[in-house]
Design a protein around this ligand. Structure first.
Ligand code: FEO
Length: 174
């Protein structure tokens, strides 16, 4: 069954939201790099890559269903944050915003009796639980560390391991 116009439009909007997520997180990569926090920069770079993968899931889905992908203009992301904690707080809030968008899409799928879209969106429901939980975990870590320079370095080092894991996973699947 070919995709309905309403669903097609909503999914095209979601491609934009996912690419804007990547853009926002790349802005954070640049901020962390400027602050000398390479571990956090690496963590956010992996996050940005995941967002591009999310966008591509919607991109391919629209195409598979006989729809037409339409790319929108992206908003310029924020450039500075008051602290690493504030940056991760913004990332967490952004993920909550995205979860809301996924829930909106599910509502549209229900209203349009689009079972295929509903099933495709289930993956994102699970993914958003993970996205909120992983960013919230860092927010909580940074909140606990407070103004301790030593603590910040420890968190930076721990977050840096995510990039190594992601690189290892890429190596395995290649
Ligand atoms: Fe694509 Fe982080 O949600």
């Amino acid at each position: 069954m070919m995709i309905g116009k309403r669903m097609e439009q909503a999914l095209n909007e979601q491609i934009k939201h996912e690419l804007e997520s990547a853009y926002l997180y790349l802005g954070m990569v640049a901020y962390f790099q400027a602050e000398g926090l390479d571990g956090m920069a690496g963590w956010m770079e992996v996050q940005a890559q995941e967002e591009i993968a999310h966008a591509m899931r919607f991109f391919r889905y629209i195409n598979e269903r006989g729809g037409r992908v339409e790319l929108k203009a992206l908003a310029q992301p924020q450039k500075e944050w008051a602290s690493p904690l504030e940056a991760f707080r913004a990332a967490y809030e952004h993920e909550r915003f995205i979860t809301g968008k996924i829930n909106d899409l599910l509502k549209i799928a229900e209203e349009e009796d689009d079972n295929a879209a509903e099933i495709m969106l289930q993956w994102f429901v699970t993914e958003q639980v993970e996205e909120e939980s992983s960013t919230k975990r860092v927010v909580d870590l940074l909140a606990r560390v407070g103004d301790s320079g030593h603590g910040l370095i420890m968190v930076d080092r721990e977050l840096g391991t995510r990039r190594a894991e992601a690189a290892g996973a890429e190596g395995r699947s290649a």
